[in-house]
Design a protein around this ligand. Structure first.
Ligand SMILES: C[S@@+](CC[C@H](N)C(=O)[O-])C[C@H]1O[C@@H](n2cnc3c(N)ncnc32)[C@H](O)[C@@H]1O
Length: 275
């Protein structure tokens, strides 16, 4: 059994090694979260000495990759929290009517499901051609999947209810072609999304976005780091732009003077630069 303080110690060590060897930044992750993931990982591999972890990460890249995956939760799915999509499409419509075009950024997009979902709904509202959509993540495997548009058959089949709840009015299956194991998003949707590797809070900010969608990412970070991530988003928004979170996240206590909660049901905030 490994003592809790050893987890923290090895957590710090792992952050350093993973950064040096694999260029992955885990600095801001909640220690409690890291401890939980490490405890699970150690148990799975029968590791009962925290000090072993350094050698393992350095000498067995395969295990290191696995650990990296373990720490970066990339779970996502199409039309996750469908009511959010319904609201965001409404918001995008309002912005489009006012400005003509809309710039949208999904940060922490994982395998692209979230951006695919929005693009499909925008297509159905005749808004897709008026929107520029960027989708970024730090996880290269997730991004490489995202760029291919490939999901499992179940990923699409199991999401029909959520698609309709999100406001979808067509047949979801029509946006995909199929092989025996996979559903492949049609290029008419996929090509409308620009995917890129980007680490929020570390890489240069983009700019002039009308909406930034950052869902199920902040929860893994400590407060001080959340602040850094939110500052990076604010630097990338136009005055009056929006940030959309998941329903388990909140920006209360972070940049409060500049952010107004405009949709408490769906956790959508509006940014006012001069407050
Ligand atoms: C749990 S997934 C959420 C995916 C999607 N937004 C959703 O809500 O279904 C979190 C994603 O954030 C990514 N991530 C974590 N920290 C990040 C950062 N600082 N910059 C960019 N992506 C990050 C992870 O690699 C992961 O793919």
């Amino acid at each position: 059994m490994i003592a809790p303080f050893e987890f923290t110690k090895s957590g710090l060590e792992i952050k350093k090694i993973v950064r040096e060897l694999y260029d992955v930044n885990l600095d801001g992750y909640h220690e409690l979260y890291l401890e939980r993931r490490l405890a699970y990982y150690f148990q799975k591999h029968g590791i009962d000495k925290a000090s072993m972890i350094r050698d393992i990460i350095i000498n067995k890249p395969k295990i290191a990759q696995e650990l990296q995956k373990e720490l970066q939760i990339t779970y996502t799915r199409l039309f996750r929290e469908p009511a959010f999509f319904r609201q965001v499409v409404k918001l995008i419509k309002t912005i489009q009517q006012k400005k003509g075009s809309v710039r949208i950024w999904h940060t922490g997009c994982s395998n692209g499901s979230e951006a695919y979902s929005l693009a499909i709904l925008l297509k159905e509202s005749n808004l897709l051609g008026k929107c520029t959509i960027y989708a970024t993540d730090i996880n290269e495997k997730a991004l490489s999947d995202a760029k291919k548009g490939v999901l499992s058959l179940k990923d699409v089949q199991n999401t029909l209810n959520d698609y309709h709840e999100a406001g979808g009015v067509q047949h979801l299956s029509e946006y995909f072609t199929y092989t025996r194991e996979s559903s492949i998003l049609k290029s008419s949707i996929l090509n409308q999304i620009q995917f890129a590797k980007h680490e929020l809070g570390h890489d240069h900010p983009f700019n002039e976005f009308d909406i930034i969608i950052c869902r199920n990412m902040l929860i893994y970070y400590q407060n001080f780091h959340q602040q850094k991530l939110v500052d990076a988003m604010l630097n990338s928004l136009i005055n009056g732009g929006y940030i959309g979170l998941s329903n388990c996240e909140s920006l209360i206590g972070i940049a409060e003077t500049k952010l107004k909660l405009v949709d408490s049901g769906q956790n959508i905030y509006q940014y006012f630069a001069h407050n």
